[in-house]
Design a protein. Structure first.
Length: 467
RNA sequence: GGCGCGGUAGCCAAGUGGUAAGGCAGAGGUCUGCAAAACCUUUAUUCACCGGUUCAAAUCCGGUCCGCGCCUCCA
């Protein structure tokens, strides 16, 4: 089944054809580790997680590279303000970042290169650009990319250089450029940088922001690879600049498919640090939401739609997942050896699998894919209601859900257990119910509910679940 | 101003030519000792608005209104 993605470059949905059959090489713009990442950042990483999972679901091997930007104005400022070395300052945020990824169930990329570990690669790339006349050194010692020489500049973002508003953030280094829109490949050392600098063939200084992505993606994925992702705000200037640097240096096409996700909104505005309206993962978890609920919330809206994050929405996600979990519990309790649903279940499972995949392969239509799961749930409940479901069929459905969860990643990783003490209380309640001591039975049920354990009395006896 | 995305029920959200998925929330009912879960019924004669194309439009075309993003920190 063909996979289609919306390519920012062509502004159209295109069939995905990997350069090397069977392998998808992906570069995803990662975090700048000057602070804790916020939910908006994680929306982007969640989208990239979905992308890699869907590719794998289709049987492709994925090689994903995600950079860690550990050198820029903000990290330098942060380390100076705290009076600690840059690497020590960034280490805590790198650690927090990986911890959050784990919490959210985001699969690890194959490579997480740090900018500071790749200075030689960047220097070499800048030298190539200088040799080819695409870069020049300004009076301030910085090296700039000569946009005027790269004719296709603007082809990703649809911007024309002469129409760009002049930046309002004109700093002294702008007087060293030939054109205001030229961007820094290498920044000459200034006193503000303190002891953060590298002595290289380009002089004393540090890399510009964009060059790391070109140097590191080419190192790990080759000079021409399949997919490059990021937030929509990276289209310009970041990705535009990456194309310019990379293609000017190698003379070949940099990336085939550019995928960008829309922003996470909060009360109608994008969540960002500069607006001060951001929530970290920890803050949301502290409001009592399960990590899987947050994962599902971030995942369940199509990546090109702005996602308005609200507590009401998180609640809806939580209840949706509960419906799924209850359904799984029900299937696990089916013990009937015989049944007469036969063909119906087989057809339903096949059909659901097909539609699920079809939706995902249509530009990662996760909302549609999730819809197919809940449609199936309803159908299966109707069949089970008539007591026509047997154990083998229940297992078939459980297997399908397990398969689909390789994409969703919302099922609990291991079975939950109760303490002996709680099990004893449940047993006591059973006895109370036998002797129709409803007061005691209800009291125990309320007691356990306080502890987050829900009891349900079914035909086959009492079952429990954690909520 | 330039470029881009969008407006579908109380909320979230699929659906790109064939007669409105799904989730949450609400109401009534079945089941239950009571609950819970599940099921049934119910909640958009209609997809921002106005024209047009078509046998047929939420979907295509033109226009209008509104919201959001980017235009050198940003996921």
């Amino acid at each position: 089944m063909a996979i289609h993605f919306y390519n920012t470059f062509s502004k159209m949905k295109e069939e995905f054809k990997p350069i090397e059959p069977g392998i998808a090489r992906i570069y995803t713009c990662g975090p700048t580790v000057y602070d804790y990442a916020h939910l908006g950042n994680y929306r982007a990483y969640m989208f990239e997680d979905l992308l890699r999972r869907v590719l794998k679901f289709n049987g492709l091997k994925v090689i994903q590279v995600m950079n860690i930007t550990d050198i820029d104005d903000k990290t330098i400022k942060g380390s100076k303000d705290r009076g600690i070395p840059l690497s020590e300052y960034t280490a805590r945020y790198i650690k927090a970042f990986f911890a959050d990824l784990k919490t959210l169930g985001i699969e690890k990329a194959e490579v997480y290169p740090k900018a500071t570990d790749h200075i030689p690669e960047m220097v070499s790339l800048v030298k190539t650009l200088m040799d080819k006349g695409y870069a020049y050194q300004g009076e301030d010692g910085s090296i700039y990319f000569r946009i005027a020489k790269f004719e296709p500049y603007g082809k990703l973002s649809g911007k024309k250089i002469n129409e760009l508003k002049c930046g309002y953030r004109i700093s002294s280094d702008d007087y060293s450029k030939e054109e205001a829109s030229d961007f820094a490949l290498w920044k000459g050392w200034t006193p503000q940088d303190g002891n953060v600098f590298w002595e290289t063939e380009l002089g004393k200084g540090r890399p510009g922001w964009h060059i790391e992505c070109s140097a590191m993606s080419m190192k790990y994925l080759g000079s021409h690879f399949d997919i490059h992702c990021g937030g929509i705000d990276n289209i310009f200037p970041h990705h535009e600049n990456e194309i310019a640097q990379s293609e000017a240096a190698t003379g070949q096409k940099f990336v085939n498919y550019w995928l960008h996700c829309a922003h996470l909104m909060v009360e109608g505005e994008k969540m960002s640090k500069s607006l001060g309206n951001f929530w970290t993962l920890r803050e949301v978890l502290d409001k009592g939401y399960d990590p899987r609920t947050i994962r599902f919330t971030l995942l369940s809206t199509h990546y090109r739609q702005p996602l308005n994050f609200t507590l009401e929405g998180a609640h809806a996600s939580k209840e949706s997942l509960n419906r799924l979990y209850d359904f799984i519990n029900m299937l696990q309790r089916v013990k009937k050896p015989e049944g007469k649903s036969g063909e119906t279940i087989n057809a339903l499972v096949e059909n659901t699998r097909e539609k699920f995949k079809e939706n995902l392969n249509n530009d990662l239509n996760i909302s549609g894919a999730i819809g197919t799961i809940f449609e199936m749930i309803k159908q299966v409940y109707l069949i089970s209601k008539k007591n026509e479901l047997n154990q083998a069929e229940a297992q078939l459905i459980l297997d399908l859900i397990g398969e689909m969860d390789t994409v969703l990643g919302v099922l609990p990783s291991k079975e939950e257990t109760l303490s002996q003490e709680v099990l004893t209380r449940i047993k006591l309640r059973e006895e109370a119910r036998q002797s129709k001591d409803w007061a005691l039975a209800d009291q125990i049920r309320d007691e356990l509910l306080e502890m987050g354990i829900v009891l349900e009395d079914t035909r086959e006896g009492t079952i429990w679940k954690k909520r």
